[in-house]
Design a protein around this ligand. Structure first.
Ligand code: G6P
Length: 362
């Protein structure tokens, strides 16, 4: 039974561990043996006609949308905006001539997203819902649906739906980019990359004890913490911070690595944990500089670094992956750090206080 905990103490860890399987399933179901996307041609047609793509979501799904924006712009050339559904509902963005809306929602029931979708329907804007739940409200009310196929996600803190949303967006991106004749999209070896992602996630979860040690050493006695990164690592920094906050109650901020020095660095004290993410080839060295800035002010820095950028003394070295898909790997240490920080503090990992799995009020 997919929804049973089996030998796991908490669903969250089970769901983190399921991510390699989710990557393989998405690859198998949405890419043929040559790596050509298998996506409803009507969806591909509608998205490729768009002069602008708008992604709306909440919480973790919003963070997956931030990665989706980078993917869309890189491989399709279509300008892409990401918005909090709760904000867009009542402050609707100025529309381009031919917008295409994507709703990202694990549950498909988030009320904030529904407000935006209703307005989109009123205006006749074409919409797609990417959701884990077939027949959910956002799925029924949008023109199109693509399923995340992550299997039931029970833990309140979302893990495998996030990685599924990134992979599924990449699949659509490849289909749309190819349709538009983009060479980058044709050369995007997504099937291979998703196989590498599955292997890479497996390697990370196989070494999970390391994150238990790091959480005990740096996180559980801390009041606050930071995640920093640039480019797609900034998007993962936001998600890593949310994960840690949600389940461990450690106040954590995700920051664009260089922005910290413009004010917030005043919060760095002796021993403040700063988790630094480095996968962006363009800014890797600059982020090293930002690490120095916080380290020299007493921060305890944990580095999570793609193999190509690794240096002596880095804490976690990630297997190689396409930069735009690197969040599929980088987020896993963040998920595991959050899990162990919560568990080691003796908290109810799966049911953090004040939170619900899906929020059906605005
Ligand atoms: C709630 C959950 C979050 C989730 C968000 C969006 O706040 O606690 O984990 O990311 O809703 O949910 P959705 O189902 O729309 O992805």
């Amino acid at each position: 039974n997919a929804a049973s905990k089996g030998t796991y103490e908490f669903y969250m860890l089970k769901e983190i561990d399921e991510q390699p399987g989710v990557m393989r399933r998405l690859s198998q179901d949405y890419l043929d043996e040559n790596g050509t996307p298998i996506v409803d041609p009507e969806i591909v047609e509608a998205a490729s006609k768009a002069d602008r793509i708008y992604i709306f979501a909440a919480g973790t799904s919003y963070h997956a949308g931030l990665v989706g924006k980078e993917l869309f712009e890189k491989y399709t050339g279509i300008p892409t905006e990401v918005g909090y559904a709760s904000e867009a509902g009542y402050h609707f963005p100025i529309m381009s001539k031919n917008p295409f809306f994507i709703f990202l929602s694990q549950s498909g029931e988030t009320a904030d997203s529904r407000v935006v979708l209703k307005e989109a329907n009123k205006r006749g804007i074409t919409s797609l819902t990417m959701t884990n739940v077939q027949g959910s409200t956002l799925s029924r009310e949008a023109d199109f649906t693509m399923l995340l196929k992550a299997g039931p996600e029970i833990a309140v803190a979302s893990t495998k739906a996030y990685t599924a949303q990134i992979a599924l967006q990449a699949i659509l991106v490849k289909a749309v980019g190819e349709k538009l004749g983009k060479q980058e999209a044709k050369d995007f070896d997504l099937k291979h990359q998703l196989a590498l992602a599955a292997e890479g996630i497996q390697e990370i979860v196989d070494g999970k004890e390391k994150f238990d040690e790091l959480a005990k050493k740096y996180l559980i006695d801390s009041r606050n913490a930071f995640y920093i990164g640039r480019g797609v690592d900034h998007a993962v920094a936001l998600e890593g911070a949310l994960k840690l906050k949600e389940v461990s109650y450690i106040q954590t901020e995700g920051f664009a690595a260089a922005e910290l020095k413009h004010g917030t660095i005043s919060l760095i004290e002796n021993g403040t944990p700063v988790i630094a993410l480095i996968n962006d080839p363009v800014t890797a060295e600059l982020t090293r500089g930002n690490i120095q800035e916080v380290a020299s002010r007493g921060a305890s820095v944990i580095t999570i670094v793609g193999k190509e950028f690794a240096k002596e003394g880095d804490d976690i070295v990630l297997p190689s992956l396409n930069y735009y898909l690197s969040p599929l790997l980088t987020v896993v240490p963040a998920q595991l750090l959050a899990y162990y920080a919560s568990k080691d503090k003796g908290l109810d990992v799966d049911k953090p206080r004040n939170l619900a799995k899906s929020v059906t009020v605005e």
